[in-house]
Design a protein. Structure first.
Length: 153
């Protein structure tokens, strides 16, 4: 969800949503999470310096593609059958889902509303927005949570 935090860093929000019966999927994006370990054992560590004004759109699209890939996989019974506790499911409902994230993850949530019609709603927790979606907008529900640092005074 956050640029340099693993998916486990933010667990309270997804756990609360899951407690109401929703399926939750959390993704560690290579080079953004502190570490991403692949099944073959190799690992990729965070490299925040790769995201700059010149590369932000590229990485935003890559993260959105990651999320669409995950939805594709969750629609495939041969993949879902390998997930513990879901082996009896044919697939998960993926035709209307929400995306939320913190910081760059929240910007990714907004980009998903533009890129993939299966994403119907989104939220950004304390992040700014990037990308082409700012110019074209979206008709999908989206909320931006933020704070004003001066309010602490």
């Amino acid at each position: 969800m956050s640029r340099e935090n693993a998916r486990t860093f933010y667990s309270a929000e997804p756990e609360e949503i899951a407690s109401h019966g929703w399926n939750i999927v959390s993704v560690d994006h290579p080079y953004n999470a502190g570490i991403v370990e692949f099944p073959d054992g190799h690992a990729i560590f965070a490299n925040e310096s790769i995201i700059s004004n010149g590369t932000v759109e590229f990485y935003l699209d890559a993260r959105a593609a990651d999320m669409s890939f995950v939805l594709d996989a969750l629609s495939d019974p041969s993949i879902v059958s390998q997930i513990p506790r879901l082996s009896s499911c044919a697939s998960l409902p993926t035709d209307k889902v929400g995306a939320f994230g913190h910081s760059f993850g929240g910007a990714t949530a907004l980009q998903l509303l533009l890129n993939d019609t299966r994403f119907a709603v989104g939220a950004n927790f304390d992040g700014i927005l990037f990308g082409f979606v700012i110019e074209v907008g979206t008709d999908s529900p989206f909320i931006l949570f933020g704070t004003n640092p001066r309010m602490k005074d």
